[in-house]
Design a protein around this ligand. Structure first.
Ligand code: URA
Length: 235
């Protein structure tokens, strides 16, 4: 149970002050009865709250899938560049979502956003051992021996990359899929450079078993479904 003003300020863009105004105007109902006070208690699992006749879906946390376009920083704010939270639809902005991990400014594809710190922590934990899958286009054709170099793991100045997978498109060996266990700064680009190739285009297509929804246009965001959240043991 929680106060009506807390419930609405968590679940909607209304502030507690807005809720006071709405109550004064008889604009809120709880289970069909006009709410006369902001401190009336509501059960977030059972009660049906409507504002101006529209029912409110209560939730504290949101989990979003973004098909990130190039040119956006994986950040909540920046002085110079657009940031991924600029792409969050207006009606979800009050949840204050932030990106889970990062993609480079020029990388596209699957990026999750949430306002649930525990979810972020869980997904970023090395313990979780989540593989991230990327599609990359290289300046030079990948070769069979590169597969072995990736699967042996690689030493870098600040970390050792665990064994990674390189799959080469048989029709065009400049096109590859790469799976890495970590997600260190420029990791895919650095691993490709190690075998003498530059990445010209990079797109993340999966995080663990969660695949980028290919029907989600570049720059668009949607909420994760319950099944998708269950992939990470979340609900
Ligand atoms: N590796 C990179 O080099 N860049 C990314 O954006 C993600 C992984």
């Amino acid at each position: 149970m929680m106060r009506l003003d807390k419930y609405l300020s968590e679940a909607t863009a209304y502030s507690r002050k807005d809720v006071r105004g709405l109550v004064k105007r008889n604009a809120i109902t709880v289970n069909g009865n006009i709410a006369k006070n902001v401190d009336v208690k509501v059960d977030e699992n059972k009660d049906c709250v409507c504002v101006n006749g529209e029912s409110v879906l209560y939730r504290k946390f949101i989990y979003l899938m973004l098909n990130k376009p190039q040119g956006y920083l994986s950040a909540t704010e920046d002085k110079h560049d657009p940031v991924v939270v600029d792409l969050v639809p207006e009606e979800l902005k009050h949840f204050a979502p932030f990106p889970v991990g990062r993609l480079d400014k020029d990388t596209e594809g699957l990026l999750l956003l949430t306002n649930d710190g525990q979810f972020d922590h869980e997904l970023m934990s090395p313990r979780k051992n989540l593989y991230k899958r990327y599609y990359a286009e290289l300046d030079l054709p990948a070769m069979e021996e590169d597969i072995a170099a990736f699967s042996a793991g690689m030493e870098f100045k600040e970390f050792t990359a665990k064994p990674a997978r390189l799959e080469i498109d048989p029709g065009d060996p400049r096109k590859v899929y790469i799976e890495i266990a970590e997600g260190k700064f420029h990791q895919v680009k650095r691993m490709c450079e190690r075998v003498g190739k530059n990445v010209l285009f990079l797109k993340r297509v999966a995080i663990g078993e969660l695949k980028l929804d290919e029907t989600l246009e570049c720059g668009r965001i949607r909420e994760l479904t319950a099944d998708e959240l269950a992939i990470f043991g979340w609900k």
